[in-house]
Structure formats: structure tokens, C-alpha cells
Write a protein that binds this ligand. Sequence first.
Ligand SMILES: CC(C)(COP(=O)(O)OP(=O)(O)OC[C@H]1O[C@@H](n2cnc3c(N)ncnc32)[C@H](O)[C@@H]1OP(=O)(O)O)[C@@H](O)C(=O)NCCC(=O)NCCS
Length: 160
Amino acid sequence: MMTKDSAAEKIDVREHLDELFALDVKVAKATPSLLPLESKEAFLDFLIKEHKSENWVWRNSEGRMISYLSLVDKPAENSLEILNIGVDPDMQRSGYGRRMMEFAEDIARQAGREKTTLVTNTKNIHAVAFYRDIGYLIVKEMPNYYGDGETRYLFEKQLQ
Ligand SMILES: CC(C)(COP(=O)(O)OP(=O)(O)OC[C@H]1O[C@@H](n2cnc3c(N)ncnc32)[C@H](O)[C@@H]1OP(=O)(O)O)[C@@H](O)C(=O)NCCC(=O)NCCS
């Protein structure tokens, strides 16, 4: 569970790239529909150059990184996008994902945004079940969204 040992830690991705990339690869390997980015440099470009995301991680009591969250504020669309979210496969189904999504929604509300959004592979059935369970609705189905032939869902949650 997220105790005081696992408070949100805002990070500069460049300073934690090895650790974050290693966790992302571990998560992707355990999730058949997720492809890890091919290199640390491509991962960094995706998060920072391409999307200018802000990034948080959580650690266990030994200081090991166990989950991460990448957010992109989109004021023109009045929304905050959850660009990347992952929990160490050994720690999934323990409530970390739900808490990170609540954290993202709090940030969106503080910024005055009316909704949070995210994109996921339609084949990622665990993630689809997770987002549905926490109140997200599919608003669009997007064939070949990333140019890889795969179909993605756009999920949205209207914030109160
Ligand atoms: C998707 C992910 C972030 C969810 O995080 P998590 O910590 O495992 O999720 P939680 O424990 O907070 O689950 C909350 C609820 O979501 C639903 N849920 C979560 N994982 C599920 C699964 N594998 N199958 C069905 N429902 C699931 C459940 O209703 C769960 O509540 P419950 O455990 O009380 O039944 C995590 O599984 C993950 O990192 N997956 C791999 C990376 C990924 O797919 N990221 C999303 C890419 S868009």
C-alpha cells in the first residue's frame, strides 16, 4: 500500500533515466500488448521532447522504484492526459494504480481542467478493465493511432 514510505516523488527524468527505463521495460515485458521503447534515448524523447510530460514515481520502503506516472497538461483542450502509467508487475492489484490515477485527477482539478484523458491499446484488457473500474469511459476507437497497425481507445473522465 502507499504508506509514508511511498509518497509521490516528482522527478527530472534525465536524472533517473536508468532506473525509470528499467522499470518501464519490466512492466512492458509483463504486459503482452505493451511494447517497450527500443532505447533509453527514445524513451526520454517520448516523455520530454515529444510530449513535455511531468513525471512522478513511488518507491517501496527499501527505496526501490515501484510505480510511475507521466502527465501532460493540455490547457487548450481543458484536459490533463495520463501519458504513461505503470506498476511493477510484482506489485500490481494492490491499489497503486488507483491511487496514482486519483493523484493525477487531483492535479488536473488543481489546474482547473475539466477532464482527464488517456490512450490505451484495445488489446490491453487488464488496463481497459482497470480504467473502466475507476470511472473512465471510452469516447473514441482509433485504428492505427501510433502508426503501428494497432487500435487504441481514447478514455476520458469528467472531473467533478
Ligand atoms: C494498469 C495498471 C497501471 C493498474 O495498476 P494496479 O496497481 O495493478 O491497479 P489497482 O490495484 O489499483 O486496481 C484497481 C482496480 O482496477 C481493476 N483492475 C486492475 N487490474 C486488473 C486486471 N488485471 N484485471 C481486471 N481488473 C483489474 C480492478 O477492479 C481493481 O480493483 P480490485 O483489485 O479491488 O478488484 C497496472 O496493472 C500496470 O502497470 N499495467 C501494465 C502497464 C499498463 O498497461 N499501463 C497502462 C498503459 S495505457
